[in-house]
Design a protein around this ligand. Structure first.
Ligand SMILES: CCCCCCCC/C=C\CCCCCCCC(=O)OC[C@H](COP(=O)(O)O[C@@H]1[C@H](O)[C@H](OP(=O)(O)O)[C@@H](O)[C@H](O)[C@H]1O)OC(=O)CCCCCCC/C=C\CCCCCCCC
Ligand SMILES: Nc1ccn([C@@H]2O[C@H](COP(=O)(O)O)[C@@H](O)[C@H]2O)c(=O)n1
Ligand SMILES: [Mg+2]
Ligand SMILES: [Mg+2]
Length: 219
């Protein structure tokens, strides 16, 4: 949903910044790499220590690089298969750091095995949700569904809740409950999304196999 409705807005807002970086000789690949490193640093330095406010601020500063890199590539006319591969692969790395950082907090001083497990579930299910699309497309199917909770939703729900939960450290009472709520929402939403995508791929694969029997993908 966000990918459909918010992307156009952010493209407009970020285009001048993307043009500025291109003029300074920065490449889209550099933005992809630095953005991922920044998200990883924010998530893995701050979240395991329970510093959710500052972790979210750092992550938010860098996570928008995922919208800037593609914008730069398109403006410069250098969009490439390599760039698409790098972008998607590093998305998986960044997402692992975000949910891994939260899981480390609950495994340590956050001391909550259930929430640790939910965070790990968010990490794993998010990767599988993305994989369904990548694998479906790789065997020639359109995978004409995005589903309830795509990557942008996973990140926005989790980061808004983490940022606000971090205000607990500044004395705002009870606000830390937002993070567990967000994790449960992302976990359930990812499961629903996985179901939506598997059902779609099952249908598309059946139709494709019926239309061209004997041409099934083998790997
Ligand atoms: C006192 C308050 C403290 C609060 C602190 C600050 C809080 C700030 C909180 C949040 C900011 C969150 C920003 C998150 C932005 C996410 C941007 C982003 O990276 O989107 C990526 C997404 C997808 O990009 P790709 O096409 O490159 O990725 C594809 C995707 O990953 C596929 O995976 P799948 O979806 O299938 O699972 C893969 O299959 C594919 O391989 C891969 O290529 O881009 C978009 O979707 C574009 C839309 C972005 C919309 C961003 C909206 C941000 C909105 C609001 C921020 C609100 C902040 C408000 C804070 C208020 C707090 C009080
Ligand atoms: N280093 C990069 C990053 C991205 N691309 C191209 O942009 C597409 C992704 O666009 P986003 O707005 O989602 O970032 C990707 O599929 C590539 O075509 C690139 O070329 N190099
Ligand atoms: Mg990108
Ligand atoms: Mg991306």
């Amino acid at each position: 949903m966000l990918n459909k409705y918010a992307r156009a807005f952010f493209t407009r807002v970020l285009t001048p910044f993307a043009a500025f970086l291109l003029r300074r000789g920065v490449s889209p690949d550099a933005v992809t790499l630095i953005g991922t490193a920044g998200v990883m640093a924010g998530a893995l330095v701050f979240f395991p220590r329970g510093e959710f406010f500052w972790g979210t601020i750092v992550i938010t500063l860098f996570v928008f690089s995922d919208l800037v890199d593609g914008n730069m590539a398109r403006q410069a006319g250098v969009s490439s298969r390599w760039g698409a591969f790098l972008d998607s692969t590093l998305d998986r790395v960044a997402d692992s750091a975000v949910f891994g950082g939260i899981a480390l907090w609950y495994a340590g001083r956050g001391d909550d095995n259930v929430l640790c497990a939910v965070a790990i579930f968010c990490l794993a299910s998010g990767q599988v949700v993305s994989y369904t699309k990548a694998r479906g497309e790789s065997i020639g199917l359109p995978v004409a569904v995005n589903g309830l909770v795509e990557r942008a939703e996973r990140l926005v729900i989790t980061l808004v809740a983490a940022g606000l939960a971090g205000l607990h450290g500044f004395g705002v009472p009870h606000i830390d409950v937002l993070l567990p709520v967000a994790l449960w929402v992302v976990a359930v939403g990812s499961l629903v999304t996985l179901g939506q995508r598997v059902v779609t791929v099952r249908k598309e694969a059946g139709e494709a196999d019926a239309a061209a029997p004997g041409s099934e993908a083998t790997s």
